[in-house]
Design a binder for this molecule. Structure first.
Ligand code: NA7
Length: 538
């Protein structure tokens, strides 16, 4: 396709992932002139890029799906409880076709410049394809986890084998048969890819810096009865989701049991039942204090460590796989399909790079302080410059030419996760300061898009040319984001929620953990209070 130059739009949407697609759908009601720039050559965002073997969502697909169209949710069939990447990508494509969204999307066009013209109240948007357009509003649905983190090990250019970051995985199948594979990183991604690679690789070395807590997914084909039950109850279940802090429907109603009311044997029994159940993250809800009380958390953590010890035969390896330096659940919990069992295979070796760090990549593999490893393939499952990377890599300048990177030099600020003071008419979806990754992202994305579209409608109906917020309101919101995080144990881990995975990134808690339900309430309250915190002008 040819680059677009000189066109004027009402709205530019950045990203054709699940939120961007829904924004295109909703903006049609406004009769707005809209274009969406998407870096990939297809739709799906996260589920377009992360096509590594074993990639799978860890929220059940019956709920990790759109709620906006009753026919869609009734007709679509998910083959498995937790969909693998190809099914999610197929779903995104189906939605794009079904609702004729594709005609407004410009593919293979990565936004690389966003400049606000304050005299005209317009954004000037450029892409790496050569597009140059102007728009009144920008909706940045560019993703919370899309800016890859590739650690700068010296020598990577010299490596003679193949290397991949999991979020930029090729479409063609990568053949591991008989190969010596090095996997760096043991977050959700590393934990998903390791068992699949181990099946065919000659040898797999897993380079672990920090072990993670992982729960068994018990993934399985979706039972017809289960599907029928969901479809018969979609309306009320979707309603329950919007009342839930994690934007999730739980099979078991919230259990407000205190762990301290039970004997150690009773606790063990409750935790064992949850572990054996097919509830995924329901395990976290066994007791009310797990995420807020260190003593309660440690009981649950030790239970999980014991499961690791029971699963992994070599006890020295098991101990290395047991997280001991941070509370359970304060780094993103993982759901796996046979991760710990993988370490019982002859062709899998765990390497502790905390005690013996990777120093360089060599032409034939990589070196740690103590050892050299010969490798044919290196997989970087090393995560993302989360929450802010998508925005800071776009070269955004606002009022007075202020660069967003300078504005966020000491950590990201936002008002309600949507607005940054000095960057008018720019709405972020799943931005820093929103519940983002701690609420089920399709539902919370739909809700945020609805809110933004209503906001734009309000502006248009009242003839406003510009909306901004103030530093004061950003500070208020940051204080609230921090206050709710302080109530939990989340800050006790070096997690990407805190920016701790990126060298030099300021340590600021970037996710609103007050709950999706509470977030909805807070956003609505600000609007009902006469658009408090917003500076609207003509
Ligand atoms: P994560 O969860 O950020 O995991 C990245 C992993 O890579 C993690 O184990 C890191 O160790 C490790 N890592 C990062 N840099 C290095 C270096 N330099 N050396 C060794 N190891 C390193 O990313 P994922 O892709 O797994 O998951 C992202 C989210 O997607 C996930 O949370 C879900 O929400 C879905 P660390 O823990 O930082 O010591």
């Amino acid at each position: 396709a040819r680059p677009i130059t000189g066109a004027e739009y009402d709205v530019v949407v950045i990203g054709a992932g699940f939120s961007g697609l829904y924004a295109l759908y909703r903006l049609r009601d406004l009769n707005a002139k809209v274009v969406c720039f998407e870096a990939g050559d297809g739709v799906g965002g996260t589920w377009y890029w992360n096509r590594y073997p074993g990639a799978r969502v860890d929220i059940e697909s019956m709920q990790y799906s759109y709620s906006f169209d009753e026919d869609l949710q009734q007709e679509w069939r998910w083959p498995e409880h937790y969909s693998p990447q190809p099914d999610l990508e197929a779903y995104a494509n189906h939605v794009a076709d079904r609702f004729d969204l594709r005609e407004r999307i410009e593919f293979s066009a990565r936004v690389n410049r966003l400049r606000f013209d304050e005299a005209a109240n317009r954004w000037h948007v450029r892409t790496d394809r050569g597009d140059q357009v102007v728009a009144k509003y920008v909706i940045a649905a560019a993703g919370s986890l899309n800016a890859e983190n590739i650690p700068q090990f010296p020598g990577l250019d010299s490596f003679q084998g193949q290397w991949y970051h999991t979020a930029n995985w090729p479409r063609e199948e990568v053949d591991f048969t008989g190969k010596r594979v090095g996997l760096i990183g043991t977050g959700s991604t590393g934990i998903q890819i390791a068992p699949v690679v181990a099946e065919t690789a000659g040898h797999l070395h897993v380079f672990q810096r920090t072990p993670n807590f992982s729960l068994p997914s018990k993934n399985r084909p979706l039972e017809p009865e289960y599907e029928r039950e969901w479809k018969a109850n979609y309306t009320e279940r979707r309603a329950a989701i919007s009342q839930d802090p994690g934007a999730v429907y739980w099979a078991n109603p919230a259990d407000r049991r205190s762990i301290f009311e039970f004997t150690p044997q009773e606790r063990e029994q409750i935790l064992n039942e949850a572990w054996a159940s097919k509830g995924g993250f329901e395990f976290v809800r066994c007791f009310r204090e797990t995420m807020v009380n260190p003593e309660a958390n440690e009981i649950v953590a030790e239970f999980v460590r014991n499961k690791i010890r029971q699963t992994v035969k070599d006890q020295a390896v098991a101990e290395l796989l047991c997280p001991k330096t941070y509370p359970f659940g304060t780094k993103r919990l993982c759901l796996d399909s046979g991760y710990y069992e993988t370490f019982n295979r002859e062709n899998v070796t765990l390497v502790d790079v905390r005690s013996d760090p990777i120093t360089e990549v060599t032409p034939t593999g990589l070196k740690t302080t103590a050892t050299a490893y010969d490798l044919d393939i290196i997989i970087f499952a090393t995560g993302f410059d989360a929450m802010t990377g998508a925005m800071t890599r776009m070269n955004v300048t606002g009022v007075g030419g202020m660069d967003l990177r300078d504005k966020w030099a000491n950590g990201p600020t936002s008002y309600l996760g949507y607005f940054v003071a000095g960057f008018p008419n720019l709405f972020m979806i799943h931005g820093p300061g929103s519940p983002s990754v701690l609420a089920q992202m399709i539902t919370s994305g739909e809700w945020q898009v609805d809110w933004v579209v209503k906001f734009v409608e309000h502006m248009e109906e009242n003839g406003y040319g510009r909306v901004d917020t103030t530093s004061e309101w950003e500070e208020n919101w940051s204080a609230e984001v921090n206050m709710v995080a302080d109530y939990t144990l989340y800050k006790k881990a070096d997690s990407w929620y805190l920016g701790a995975n990126i060298p030099g990134k300021p340590r600021v808690f970037m996710v609103y953990v007050g709950g999706f339900d509470r977030y909805i309430q807070r956003c609505n309250e600000q609007v009902e209070a006469g658009y408090e915190g917003f500076v609207l002008s003509r």
